[in-house]
Design a protein around this ligand. Structure first.
Ligand SMILES: [Zn+2]
Length: 620
């Protein structure tokens, strides 16, 4: 679920950042058109029937595992534990293959009826299997510390594929309720919290906005905020405000329920703050996250400086919120898909021939879907159907320079997922704050090559501008949203339910603290909080982007400092997947997230990028 949500958010915000405007460049490109996915190896070339067979196997193996072990975990010896965890891993793998296959068929063609049916079947199987296997997690966490550690020590490297995962599960131990209470909460969650979240999402998904007399989906109106034409952006923002008012009381009521239930849950479990459970899941601490948020909060001068410069470049007195995603240049040279392939593969090869070969294989083996066609998923993403499958990348390659960056981003994820396959199903994915490190690092690497080969200062400035927009969005706006969320959770806990007006006020106050007088906050912006899925689905999620970006830049700076020796350490860090904590992973490339200067180092790099932009702009 987290991966799907991660994609949802990425799609929304990256879509805005890169301004997917409806007017395609319409360049003919045979290489791009030939780049389509071959998903069949995931299901052993047996199509729908193969996927359904995987689900059946997963179901019957889960049933058997439950029959054999439920209620008996405390008595297991080392060998039995190793084989039980192995079986658990295999079951998760079967599920991921089938559900990933169905989901990706849907991305490739939303009108494919088989894709919809497979996703439904996979969701049902997932819910059933989660219920069957819930005993394992509850009983494992209930073991006393000495017993659990003795089992893990006894298993030694036989449990390398799961030891970190098993230890991480136990980190929640101090906050667990009784076994029976946990079971009831888990089994009723669909009728409680998830029901409110679904109501909210269904309401949000139906929203439309009126553009030029036509009613269009809200996502399309949001994408118009990336239009080069200012009047179009202003019109879109006004239309978004009108459209977002529909169904608002329902979304406000649902969000209040979510805030309320989280307050009760945190109190019963004894979490010290509203963000503590998120931090624990992210394998970090309240103190570390507070230090990062404070470091970012102390550098609001950076987005403010960028806003002033961008206003000058766009030739307006002061930016409005609808200008934030505006691209700098109107005229762009189309970049053929073949050229992008060449650029990305050779940039990676120059860092490491091994990484370059992996990246090139994505192009050669049908792992990239780049064509533009009807019924295809908008935006860009990287998906994987279990650790036994290669990762796949999707984008709508429109021959613009930003598509090169988008592909570099997704291939960064792709390289990471490919290298981490050996960690198997339970540990192939790193924890969320580390998710964007590989993608951001890849963007930084490609940007360096693009900057070096830019034709002139205007092209360089357009490149810098796109990167600065992206950085301000992900590092600063992400944290401003978390601080708005903090205010909302606090208010709900101290004063009860919030009105729509109170929610909007907390949100806009947080944005005006960020921007001060450098941005005119339009009326339409006030309701945007009610369109961000993560505030309801995954409270506090958004700081992960700041964490990932700042860490990636520090890693890139380290690469420039260390040179050739860096590459193998970096690839080893990616290959470790989720088998270590973020802190341990980052240490593998010589960085220390607990160093008080760590976050400032990343912010200083951003400062450097901004200074470059200011210097180039001064010469134009
Ligand atoms: Zn990403």
């Amino acid at each position: 679920m987290l991966t799907a949500l991660h994609r949802l958010y990425a799609e929304l915000l990256r879509g805005l950042a890169f301004g997917r405007v409806a007017d395609h460049l319409d360049v003919s490109d045979l290489d791009r058109d030939a780049a389509v996915w071959n998903l069949e190896p995931i299901v052993d070339n047996q199509g729908e029937a193969g996927a359904l067979r995987l689900l059946d196997q997963a179901r019957s193996r889960a049933e058997a595992l439950r029959a054999e072990l439920a209620g008996r975990l405390a008595q297991l010896e080392v060998d039995a534990l190793v084989s039980a965890v192995g079986e658990l891993t295999e079951i998760r793998e079967l599920l991921s293959r089938a559900s990933g296959y169905g989901r990706m068929r849907g991305y490739a063609d939303s009108a494919d009826p088989t894709a919809g049916a497979l996703q439904g079947a996979a969701e049902a199987a997932q819910a059933e299997i989660d219920a069957q296997l819930m005993f394992f997690e509850l009983e494992w966490v209930a073991l006393d510390e000495a017993r659990a550690e003795a089992l893990l020590a006894g298993a030694g490297d036989q449990l390398d594929f799961a030891a970190h995962h098993l230890r991480h599960l136990r980190a929640r131990r101090p906050y667990l309720l009784s076994h029976e209470q946990e079971r009831i909460l888990a089994e009723t969650s669909v009728q409680r919290l998830s029901a409110w979240k679904r109501l909210y999402s269904e309401n949000a998904a139906r929203l439309t906005a009126e553009i030029d007399g036509d009613s269009v989906p809200m996502t399309q109106a949001l994408s118009l905020l990336g239009s080069p034409a200012r009047d179009q952006r202003l019109q879109a923002m006004a239309a978004i405000a009108d459209g977002a008012a529909a169904g608002l009381p329902t979304r406000v009521a649902a969000y209040n329920q979510v805030l309320g239930e989280k307050g009760v849950d945190d109190r019963l479990r004894g979490y010290p703050t509203w963000l503590s459970s998120r931090n624990l899941a992210n394998e970090t601490t309240d103190a570390a996250v507070e230090a990062m948020l404070a470091a970012i909060g102390a550098r609001y001068d950076l987005p403010q400086r960028w806003n002033r410069l961008k206003a000058r470049l766009l030739d307006v007195e002061r930016l409005a919120t609808s200008d934030l995603r505006a691209p700098l240049s109107r005229v762009e040279r189309p970049v053929p898909f073949r050229e992008t392939r060449q650029l990305i593969a050779s940039a990676w090869s120059s860092l490491s021939p091994r990484a370059g070969a992996i990246i090139d294989a994505f192009f050669a083996q049908g792992l990239i879907d780049a064509a533009i066609r009807a019924n295809k998923q908008a935006g860009a993403l990287c998906a994987q159907a279990g650790a036994s499958s290669h990762p796949y990348v999707l984008l709508n390659y429109d021959s613009r320079p930003r598509d090169t960056m988008s592909l570099a981003h997704e291939l960064g994820h792709g390289l990471h997922f490919e290298l981490a396959r050996a960690q198997r199903a339970l540990q192939c994915r790193t924890s969320i704050p580390m998710m964007e490190v590989a993608s951001t690092f890849s963007e930084a690497l490609i940007a360096q090559h693009l900057m070096a080969s830019a034709a002139d200062d205007r092209e360089r400035l357009a490149l810098l501008s796109a990167r600065l927009d992206d950085a301000m969005l992900n590092v600063f706006e992400g944290c401003a949203l978390v601080s708005a969320e903090a205010g909302m959770h606090r208010h709900r806990r101290e004063h009860g339910e919030l009105s729509a007006e109170e929610l909007s006020e907390i949100w806009t106050t947080s944005l005006s603290n960020l921007w001060e007088d450098t941005i005119e906050i339009e009326e339409g912006t006030r309701l945007l909080w009610s369109l961000i899925p993560h505030m309801i689905w995954e409270p506090g999620y958004l700081y992960s982007y700041s964490y990932g970006l700042l860490t990636a830049w520090s890693a890139f700076a380290r690469y420039k400092q260390v040179g050739d020796g860096f590459a193998e350490d970096y690839l080893a860090m990616l290959a470790a997947g989720g088998s270590r904590s973020p802190e341990e992973l980052v240490a593998m490339v010589g960085l220390d997230v607990n160093d008080p200067g760590f976050w400032n180092a990343g912010l200083d790099l951003l400062d450097g990028m901004l200074k470059d932009a200011e210097a180039v702009a001064a010469t134009l």
